[in-house]
Write a protein that binds this ligand. Sequence first.
Ligand code: ATP
Ligand code: MG
Length: 444
Amino acid sequence: MTEMKKAEELIGYISKLNTFPKFGRVVRVVGLMIESQGPVSSVGDVCHIHLNNGKDSIILAEVVGFREEIVILMPYTSINDISSGCLVESTGKPLEIKVGMNLIGKVLDSMGNPIDKSALPKGLSTVSAEQEPPNVLSRKSINEKLAVGVKAIDGMLTVGNGQRVGIFAGSGVGKSTLLGMIARNTTADLNVIGLIGERGREVREFIERDLGPEGLSRTIVVAATSDQPALMRIKGAFTATAIAEYFRDKGMNVMLMMDSVTRVAMAQREIGLAVGEPPATRGYTPSVFSILPKLLERTGTNEVGAITAFYTVLVDGDDMNEPIADAVRGILDGHIVLDRTLANKGQYPAINVLKSVSRLMNHIASPEHVKAAEKLRELYYTYDKSEDLINIGAYKRGTSREIDEAIEFEPHITNYLKQSYKDNVNMEDSISELISLAPGGGSR
Ligand SMILES: Nc1ncnc2c1ncn2[C@@H]1O[C@H](COP(=O)(O)OP(=O)(O)OP(=O)(O)O)[C@@H](O)[C@H]1O
Ligand SMILES: [Mg+2]
């Protein structure tokens, strides 16, 4: 009897054995791509490539495609020591990272390791960097405001807890400064900031100058600089998102900021072109447009918590119809446009409220607040339309009651929208000031 049982146990064990070959061999290296015969794997799986350099070292690579029987891999690091015949071992799963409360205040690389090479703190949990977006039916609806401490946003473009917003701007218009302000001022429980494709110097400047010690103490930064391989830059975006998801699953309200999604798209284009995808719109390959919703849909609410997200998009010469800007704008629930003409005039933050929109504001702000914001927007629009005429003295007062009113209000509105990067204005004050500023809304 016991013999029978033993035999059954053994059969059970054998049937559970993974008999698929886990190993393969490098057959070719072309540029950044490594081709290997085997192992059996899926796209996205991480593989260890064992180097033949006598030092027992491995490098990490990821399966990015297949060509007939050949597995195409891309390395996470440089590939100096790879030679033909190196053993390729599949881990059978995508990249995993370690997450926990003890990471708050740390600056990490795309693999989730501290960038200063210090050891990871203890007590962290392992999560996969690639996750599915929350089920649409399990997402809580967004009906609470989230303060970001920036008057122009809290007052005119109110953001909901769990809303996803794009920040569209050219270079040097104040993206990093604005993200730093939001990180320091927001009432979210913690921030996760992904810095993708920036130069090394910019990462340091952002952490020291824009975020500051106070901002960093409630933030986890993931940085993938421009000198790193394309795959690492993409992983930086996925890792930052996975960290935010971990805290959302704990029921927290997380603020995720990613600077910039354009650089993520460019990294995916590099990979797409290298694996032989055809270039489509402006050289971007089809996979760029499939990766964007996959990444951006992961944030927002789930059944227990919320990730409010700000994604920056670089717009060349303020061309809002550039393909990445267009794709991102279609996925998100609002966009904030930073305008170079405002920055040149010294109006910071350079938010152009006429070109920006928060699609959820009407659901989450009080009717009085929405009405006041609409009225100010109308006045500002009227002024903006006639500004050239006014400035050259071609407009005569008394010609139009509407324009006269707009001229009277313009300095007050501009003054309201301006805010020093050092100031943190609480949301209630921003809203009550806005209501009292609007005609018929209070003191004016
Ligand atoms: N709120 C602000 N108050 C005053 N000056 C500002 C403000 N925001 C930005 N600036 C000015 O604009 C410059 C560029 O800002 P910032 O680095 O934030 O722009 P960026 O869009 O992140 O630039 P890049 O495209 O190079 O990343 C700053 O060095 C500063 O001089
Ligand atoms: Mg910047």
